[in-house]
Design a binder for this molecule. Structure first.
Ligand SMILES: Nc1nc2c([nH]c(=O)n2[C@H]2C[C@H](O)[C@@H](COP(=O)(O)OP(=O)(O)OP(=O)(O)O)O2)c(=O)[nH]1
Length: 189
């Protein structure tokens, strides 16, 4: 069982929007707490919880993440997550979770400074990606960017390397990043 706390703002909806799920507290807690929503929605929520089906991805932890495709001299910076991070050893574009009240661009500038010691200038956005991993769902907001100041200093990642766009498909990407790589290569084509 899960503790689930849901805010419903539009009572006629048959679906529970992810943004209305305030928190889901996984086992070992054994209480079910559902507040402020209609009977239809309550039934639907309970069904979701009982089935734990991937058809109901909004029951999983949802995160909003920005990432930067940092370009320099025809190459692009890619990072390998460390063995101890979530999605271990997968390649990604550097970035991180958007904090409450933070804009996407502010998040990106902060994360790249924290993770790599680089001051960047974000540019255009690439298409947003939504992806459902087995245990969480992500909305990924990619942006092109250039370095304003600094050189790469690793603080979290196993590696950060500059690669030619043609080589991008040679890496084992976090799954959410595959459409980002595709979109970037399409942009260059
Ligand atoms: N940064 C980043 N994370 C990605 C990408 N693709 C992707 O699936 N993710 C996933 C991996 C992580 O589960 C999550 C981002 O979390 P994170 O650990 O990098 O972010 P963070 O620095 O804000 O996290 P935290 O350690 O402060 O909790 O999104 C990507 O291209 N960049």
């Amino acid at each position: 069982m899960y503790n689930i706390i849901i805010r419903i703002s539009s009572p006629k909806s048959n679906n529970i929007d992810a943004s209305n799920i305030l928190s889901i507290i996984p086992p070992p807690t054994n209480k079910l707490l559902i507040a402020n929503f209609t009977v239809t929605e309550a039934t639907y929520a309970v069904l979701c919880i009982l089935t734990k089906s991937v058809q109901f991805p909004y029951l999983y932890h949802m995160i909003d993440v920005t990432c930067a495709l940092i370009e320099q001299q025809g190459k692009i910076l890619i990072c390998q997550r460390s063995a101890t991070m979530n999605l271990p050893l997968k390649w990604e574009f550097p970035g991180g979770k958007i904090e409450a009240g933070e804009t996407k661009v502010a998040c990106l500038i902060r994360e790249i400074k924290e993770e790599l010691g680089l001051d960047i200038v974000p540019g255009s956005a690439l298409p947003t990606v939504q992806h459902h991993y087995p245990d969480f769902s992500i909305t990924l907001y990619p942006f092109l960017a250039v370095v304003n100041k600094g050189t790469v200093k690793l603080t979290e990642h196993a590696q950060a390397i500059w690669v030619l766009p043609d080589a991008l498909r040679n890496y084992e990407w976090a799954e959410a990043d595959i459409p980002v790589v595709d979109a970037y290569l399409a942009l260059l084509a």
